[in-house]
Design a protein around this ligand. Structure first.
Ligand code: GLU
Length: 550
C-alpha cells in the first residue's frame, strides 16, 4: 500500500509539513525544566469551581517557577459554543487573581504559539493527521453510524469490549481504489488511528503523573477517531498536537481524563512527540445533607458555579486561601507558622495534592474567609463592599455613601489582640451591619427569657432617663448594673450562677434588652461602641421606639 499516495489523496490541500510547524513553534526560550502550563476550557459559558481549582494549579506551578501559563480555547465542538463565553472564562478567573501570560485574551491573541482557538488550527491538525496516514499509522474510515451501531449491538450481545478495533475496524485495510470509490460517491471519512495495541492481550504501559506517581495501565487498542468528518480534531488528537506544539510541559486536568490516557500515550508515541508530565487532579467532592460524600454536581450544587462566589461577594483572596487548603495538605500548617505572609509565598507542590477526591466544604470556606477578612483594612473592605454592591445590590449604594460612617462600622471590634471575625462575604457583611441603617433595622430576636415584659419596660425607661451620650464605657456599664440590681438582677453573671434562686437573672440579661432595642438582635459587637457610631439621637429614638412597642 502506498500510504503517501493515500495521504495526498485525503489531504490535497495540506501544503505544510510537520517540520514546518516544528520550526514555527521552536522549543521555548526558557531555562530547562521551567513549567509551561495551559488551561483548555470549552467555551460553554459555564465556568465552575473545578476549572478554578485546575487553573490555580496551572497558575501556581507556572508562576512559582518563572514559567508561563497560557489560555487555549477548545472550541472544536460547535454545539457547545456560547457567545461571550471566552470573556466569561477570562473575567471569572481574573476575579480570583488568575492571569494568563499567553493565549486567548479579551484584546485578541497574545503569543507566538497560536492560534490559541482550536477552531483556527484546522490545517495544523490535518497536517499531522496526514503525516500519520503517510506513515501507515492512521487511515480513513467510511463506516456509517448504522454500521457502528450494529457493531456495538453485536459486541454487546457477545459481551465483547465495545469499540472499533481489530476485526471490527472494517476500513483498516481499504485499498486506494476503494478509498477513491468512497470519495467519488461523495462520502467524507473520519480519520482513525491504526492502533498498534493488542486487543487480545493488551500490554501494560507506564506513564508518569506528578500527582499520582507512575501509572501502570493497559495499552490502547482502539482505532480512535482523530479527525472528525468536518475536518476538526477530536479532543485526543488536539491535545497531542497542541500540547506538543505549544511546548506545554505539564498537562494539568481532571481525573476524568485518566481513562483515555492510554489513547494519548499512543498518539504521542505515534506522532513522535515527547509525552508531557501529566497531573491528573482529584475530583471535587462534598458531603451532602445526608452525610454522603459525592461529586459536586452542576444540577444540584449552586456552589459549583464560580458566579455563585461573585454574586455572594466572597473575597477573591478568601477563595484563593481556601483553595490552597484543599490543594495542598500542608497548607494549613504553613499558614499557622506564617500568619501574615502572602499566600503566593507558599511553596505549592504537586506531590502534596490529594488523589482521592478533594473535599469542598462551604462552612470551611466561610471560616477561612473570616480569617482573611479580619486582616483586610476597613478602607479596602469598604471598596470591596461598594464594588460588589454596584453590581449585585445597587439599591443600597446610597446608604454606603457616607464613607466615614461605614468605615467606623466596619472597624467595630476589629482592633486589639482578639479582633472580631464577623465578616464572611460582601452580601453577609451588608446583612451583618444592616442595623446601622434605619430602613433595614428590624427586631430579629426576642427579649431574654429571664426578663419579663414588664421588667423590659422598666429597664428601658430607666436607661433612657439616665442616658448620657458622653459617658465613658465603664460608667455606662455601671449604670446598667445599677438599674439591673434595683430590679432584682445580679450585678455579675457568676453571682447569678452561684445563687440562681436569689435573682431574676443577671446584668447580661438586662443589657440584652438594651442590645435588642439598639441592634434588633441578641448578639452584636459592643453596644456602647455601636451607640457611639449611631449617635445620641438615633440611640435614644431606638430605645424609645422599642419601649413604645412593648
Ligand atoms: N477542553 C477540555 C475540558 O474542558 C480540557 C481538558 C484538558 O485540560 O486537557 O474538559
Amino acid at each position: 500500500m502506498d500510504y503517501q499516495k493515500l495521504a495526498d489523496l485525503l489531504f490535497p490541500d495540506i501544503d505544510k509539513t510537520p517540520e514546518d510547524y516544528e520550526a514555527m513553534y521552536p522549543a521555548r526560550d526558557l531555562p530547562a525544566g521551567t513549567p509551561v502550563t495551559r488551561l483548555g476550557p470549552s467555551p460553554t459559558g459555564f465556568i465552575h469551581l473545578g476549572n478554578l481549582y485546575g487553573a490555580f494549579v496551572d497558575e501556581r506551578l507556572a508562576h512559582q517557577h518563572g514559567g508561563l501559563f497560557l489560555l487555549r480555547i477548545e472550541d472544536t465542538d460547535d454545539k457547545r459554543f456560547v457567545e461571550g463565553a471566552v470573556e466569561t472564562v477570562i473575567d471569572s478567573l481574573d476575579y480570583f487573581g488568575i492571569h494568563f501570560d499567553e493565549g486567548a485574551s479579551k484584546e485578541g491573541e497574545i503569543g507566538d504559539y497560536g492560534p490559541y482557538h482550536q477552531s483556527d488550527r484546522g490545517p495544523l491538525y490535518r497536517c499531522f493527521a496526514k503525516k500519520l496516514v503517510a506513515e501507515g499509522k492512521a487511515y480513513p474510515c467510511f463506516m456509517t453510524e448504522e454500521e457502528i451501531a450494529a457493531i456495538r449491538a453485536e459486541q454487546e450481545s457477545q459481551k465483547l469490549t465495545p469499540g472499533i478495533y481489530g476485526s471490527f475496524a472494517k476500513c483498516r485495510d481499504l485499498t486506494i481504489e476503494e478509498v477513491q470509490a468512497h470519495l467519488d460517491a461523495g462520502e467524507t471519512p473520519v480519520i482513525r488511528l491504526r492502533s498498534q495495541g493488542n486487543p487480545e492481550e493488551p500490554a501494560q504501559i507506564h506513564v508518569q503523573d506528578a500527582i499520582r506517581g507512575e501509572l501502570t495501565m493497559p495499552e490502547n487498542f482502539q482505532d480512535v477517531v482523530i479527525i472528525k468528518t468536518m475536518g476538526l480534531p477530536t479532543y485526543h488528537f488536539a491535545h497531542a498536537c497542541d500540547d506538543h506544539l505549544m511546548r506545554v510541559t505539564h498537562v494539568i486536568r481532571g481525573e476524568e481524563w485518566l481513562s483515555s490516557l492510554p489513547i494519548h500515550y499512543e498518539l504521542f508515541t505515534a506522532l513522535g512527540f515527547e509525552v508531557p508530565m501529566y497531573c491528573h487532579t482529584a475530583v471535587l467532592m462534598k458531603v451532602d445533607e445526608n452525610g454522603n460524600k459525592r461529586k459536586l454536581s452542576k444540577r444540584k450544587d449552586p456552589e459549583l458555579a464560580l458566579d455563585f462566589y461573585k454574586e455572594l461577594g466572597y473575597h477573591p483572596l478568601a477563595v484563593r486561601e481556601y483553595l490552597l487548603t484543599i490543594l495542598n495538605s500542608n497548607y494549613e500548617e504553613w499558614r499557622m507558622a506564617n500568619p501574615d505572609t502572602d499566600c503566593d509565598e507558599f511553596p505549592f507542590t504537586l506531590e502534596k495534592m490529594s488523589t482521592s477526591g478533594a473535599l469542598f466544604d462551604i462552612a470551611k470556606l466561610n471560616d477561612v474567609s473570616k480569617d482573611v477578612l479580619v486582616k483586610i483594612p476597613a478602607k479596602e473592605l469598604y471598596d470591596f463592599l461598594t464594588g460588589w454592591a454596584k453590581t449585585y445590590k445597587p439599591e443600597v449604594l446610597p446608604l454606603l455613601e457616607d464613607e466615614d460612617y461605614i468605615l467606623k462600622i466596619l472597624d467595630l471590634g476589629r482592633s486589639g489582640n482578639k479582633p472580631r471575625k464577623d465578616f464572611v462575604s460582601a452580601s453577609q457583611m451588608f446583612d451583618f451591619i444592616s442595623y446601622f441603617f434605619d430602613d433595614y433595622y428590624k427586631l430579629e430576636d426576642e427579649i431574654p427569657e429571664q426578663v419579663s415584659q414588664e421588667d423590659a419596660a422598666k429597664i428601658l425607661d430607666a436607661y433612657l432617663a439616665t442616658y448620657d451620650h458622653s459617658d465613658e464605657q465603664p460608667v455606662w456599664f455601671d449604670k446598667i448594673r445599677t438599674l439591673g440590681t434595683e430590679l432584682g438582677y445580679a450585678a455579675k453573671p457568676k453571682d447569678f450562677k452561684k445563687n440562681p434562686d436569689d435573682y431574676k437573672g443577671h446584668v447580661g440579661h438586662v443589657s440584652g434588652v438594651i442590645r435588642l432595642a439598639i441592634v434588633g438582635r441578641a448578639s452584636s459587637p459592643d453596644v456602647w461602641e455601636i451607640q457611639q457610631i449611631l449617635g445620641e439621637e438615633r440611640t435614644k429614638a431606638r430605645i424609645a421606639k422599642m419601649r413604645k412597642n412593648l
